[in-house]
Design a protein around this ligand. Structure first.
Ligand code: 16G
Length: 246
């Protein structure tokens, strides 16, 4: 396939699709070297600037990565985010990664107006405020900020979360079994502090999530999380459209 100069699709975007197809067809595996910008320019009849634009895009999308002085390589496939009420620990283990957690801050504080509204509790209600960096095989994946009412899990602050899953502590120590939840996912850009924690360049894209988890109708956790968009993607099954009355 070649670049179509008459197409309304910009050349850098056409090259993106052509390159991704070529990587699959040529059987390039993870960490394989991609031809240089000069070679690609010659192959597809494009200027070096256009090729660079495509490579920049594919790097930002997490499809390729650059090693200064060495070249551009095929990146690992993204992790598919489980759209389920699973804990980070369960999810990572199921995919063969070793989950990790580093406390960034833990304290008990009054629920803000927004948090209280979302959780269905009075403003100012004491909540555990837990901020953690989540890792997979030691690599930063997400920053998670959770609020949990103190009345639900009174001495949760006495448990270490670095070697143990929050959901398993809720279950084993407080008898709380989460039975329903809801999650909103939006595109976002990480601020300087989060970019540093996640080891990403400033302004990198992230998946910004807000999750409410319930047990017996009571909101147990409100979590606001930032997941690396270069490592995660969403996938969901689509059910057939139901017509009225069915
Ligand atoms: C998931 C949840 C998070 C929860 C955590 C518990 C999302 C967006 N977030 O990462 O709300 O706090 O699991 O994980 O899915 P843990 O039991 O491993 O500590």
């Amino acid at each position: 396939m070649a670049i179509d100069p008459t197409s309304p699709v910009p050349k850098y975007a056409q090259l993106r699709d052509l390159l991704l197809d070529w990587i699959v067809e040529a059987g390039l595996s993870v960490d394989a070297l991609v031809p240089s910008e000069r070679e690609l320019g010659v192959r597809y009849g494009l200027s070096r600037m256009t090729v660079r634009q495509t490579i920049d895009l594919l790097v930002a999308e997490g499809k390729l990565y650059r090693v200064p002085g060495k070249g551009t390589f095929v990146a690992r496939p993204k992790i598919e985010m489980a759209l389920a009420l699973a804990s980070f620990t369960e999810d990572m283990r199921a995919r063969g990664f070793t989950p990790g957690s580093r406390d960034l801050s833990r304290r008990i504080g009054p629920a803000s107006g927004g948090t209280a509204r979302m959780m269905g509790i009075p403003q100012g209600t004491p909540v555990h405020q837990i901020e953690r960096l989540r890792t997979a095989d030691g690599e930063p994946m997400a920053v998670e900020r959770s609020s949990i009412p103190v009345s639900i899990a009174p001495h949760l602050d006495t448990f270490s979360l670095s070697g143990r899953s929050l959901y398993s502590i809720l279950e084993e120590e407080f008898g709380i079994i989460l039975d329903s939840g809801e999650q909103t996912i939006e595109a976002g850009v990480c601020d300087p502090a989060d970019a540093k924690l996640l080891g990403l360049p400033l302004g990198s894209p992230v998946l910004s999530m807000q999750r409410r988890s319930f047990a017996k109708g009571r909101c147990v956790e409100l979590a606001r999380s930032l997941y690396r968009a270069d490592r995660y993607q969403l996938h969901s099954r689509l059910d057939p459209r139901r017509t009225a009355g069915s």
